[in-house]
Design a protein around this ligand. Structure first.
Ligand code: GLN
Length: 500
């Protein structure tokens, strides 16, 4: 652990603030200064709210001085992916179609972050509407991987992951529809958790694929992520898909995992993930395998499980997600939000709508709308969308059968390390492959975390732990146990970034 505030974990920062060893104001200032120093290079933020963050920090310090009881993360600054709505703060989803939109309300997640008295540093970059795996599809800027600024930080939540990896924020919020928290976590050496679907409110999340979208924490380690998880999770009457049950005890699980005892825990390895074109590149397999060996040393038992339908997860996802997206994105019509193009008083509503969409949506978003509209069109809906829903059920059954044999599943988070800019933008399928191992969990609805496990070619590799629905605690426990075997957190070994 370094000397600087920005090197501390969120848990340490929170404790230091509570005990009066530092102030929320000086902590927040330290992270804002770090943003000033290195974000010119990393480009993780789309918007920074210095004034707002410092005002919240000052409130925390005043409350502590007055002896008020505050939450576990009070005064710990946070960055929020720019697909989560924030009142009076620009929210773009990294799309031109929402440029200049200032939301009049807060997402439930934002409300909970505010209620926890966490200063909001700003909004982070993403692939437009969270569609992508590299953040290269942002309409605004290209975010760099802090480990190698010639490489992508993953996506769609590359901004949140890069902000935490570059120590511009101790914590961040991401959203995971097919892997957008876990995959950027893996390739930036940070910890990312996709909670059980429905355990976190989607109210105020800019919708991509409503049956898959799940907000969750981005952090440096399991305990920090668990602390944030408990702050943001739980039933919300404004989202009818949220689960009305207690949040799994993830903080307790992260703490118990840190003791490094996994005796009695059975971990399943999915046979089909290692076969044929689904196999990861050798350097990733090597780092992952070393992690598996550590888990065995901690007492875990490894069993092989078969999930034959996982082979169809990628095509299934690329029918369901675009179908839902095509319906969700119909609201961007040049009338209700943001951009309006070609409205010269003479053109018809249809013409203005089409000119607005032509100018406002980027190529990947257009591709998804076309794909989704086709998959839902009369005459094809049974063949494509309907068929995909059936396969989704089979994938769910594979998970349920696997959890009859083990407590959690493990795999590499991604088949490859962070690639160089431009390497995969020419071929959408190559980009989609980044989520080969994360997508099944989304289709099932269970939790999944990515924990840094090692390096390949000097770049971070993540190990994924997947749990049963509402079994988020086991995923944190296993991940924290793995961390306990590492001398230093991988996140703390990243090369120093040259500021610009
Ligand atoms: N990369 C996947 C996609 O492009 C997943 C995105 C996400 O999880 N938001 O759809």
């Amino acid at each position: 652990m370094g000397e600087r505030t920005i090197d501390q974990t969120a848990a340490h920062i929170a404790e230091a603030i509570r005990e009066g060893r530092t102030s929320a104001y000086s902590v927040t200032e330290a992270f804002l200064d770090r943003i000033d120093a290195v974000d010119g290079t990393v480009k993780a933020f789309l918007h920074v709210d210095r004034e707002g963050a410092l005002a919240t920090a000052a409130e925390v310090d005043a409350a502590i001085a007055a002896g008020e009881e505050l939450g576990p993360l009070a005064g710990v600054p946070i960055a929020i992916k720019d697909v989560v709505v924030t009142k009076d703060m620009p929210t773009t989803a990294a799309s031109k179609i929402l440029e200049g939109w200032i939301p009049p309300y807060d997402a439930t997640i934002t409300e909970r972050v505010k209620a926890a008295k966490m200063p909001i540093l700003g909004k982070t970059n993403l692939d437009e509407f969270a569609m992508g795996s590299s953040t290269e599809y942002s309409a605004y800027r290209q975010t760099a991987n802090p480990w190698d600024t010639g490489r992508i930080p993953g996506g769609s939540g590359g901004g949140s992951a890069a902000a935490v990896a570059a120590k511009m924020a101790p914590l961040a919020i991401g959203t995971d529809t097919g892997g957008s928290i876990r995959q950027p976590g893996a390739v930036t050496g940070t910890f990312g958790a996709k909670p059980t679907y429905g355990s976190n409110s989607r109210y105020g999340l800019i919708a991509f694929s409503s049956s898959l979208d799940t907000p969750g924490p981005v952090a440096r380690n399991a305990l920090d992520a668990a602390l944030l998880h408990e702050v943001i999770s739980g039933h919300d009457p404004r989202d009818s898909t949220t689960i009305d049950a207690p949040v799994p005890p993830v903080v307790e699980a992260a703490r118990s995992g840190a003791s490094g005892d996994l005796s009695g825990v059975k971990l399943g390895v999915v046979k089909e993930f290692a076969e044929g074109s689904a196999a990861a590149e050798p350097g990733v397999v090597e780092a992952y395998q070393a992690g598996v060996d550590q888990l065995v040393k901690l007492g875990a038992q490894i069993v092989e499980v078969s999930c034959p339908s996982f082979t169809y997860a990628l095509p299934t996802y690329y029918l369901i997600a675009p179908s839902e997206a095509s319906s969700n994105l119909a609201r961007y019509d040049g009338v209700r939000y943001g951009l309006r193009a070609g409205d010269d008083g003479k053109r018809s509503l249809e013409e203005v709508m089409s000119l607005t969409r032509e100018a406002g949506f980027g190529p990947e978003v257009k591709r998804r709308i076309i794909l989704g509209t086709y998959a839902l069109s009369a005459g094809y809906v049974d063949q494509f969308y309907g068929q995909a829903q059936k396969v989704r059920t089979l994938i769910k059954r594979d998970f349920e059968a696997a959890f009859g044999e083990c407590d959690a599943l493990i795999s590499p988070t991604t088949p490859f390390i962070a690639f160089k800019f431009g390497e995969r933008t020419g071929d959408p399928y190559q980009m989609y492959l980044a989520d080969l191992y994360t997508i099944p969990t989304n289709l099932y609805g269970g939790p999944g975390v990515s924990v840094p496990v090692g390096l390949s070619e000097g770049m971070p590799v993540g190990l994924q732990v997947m749990g049963p629905v509402m079994g988020d605690d086991i995923t944190y426990r296993v991940a924290a146990a793995l961390e306990s075997t590492q001398e230093t957190l991988l996140a703390d070994t990243a090369p120093e970034i040259e500021g610009k």
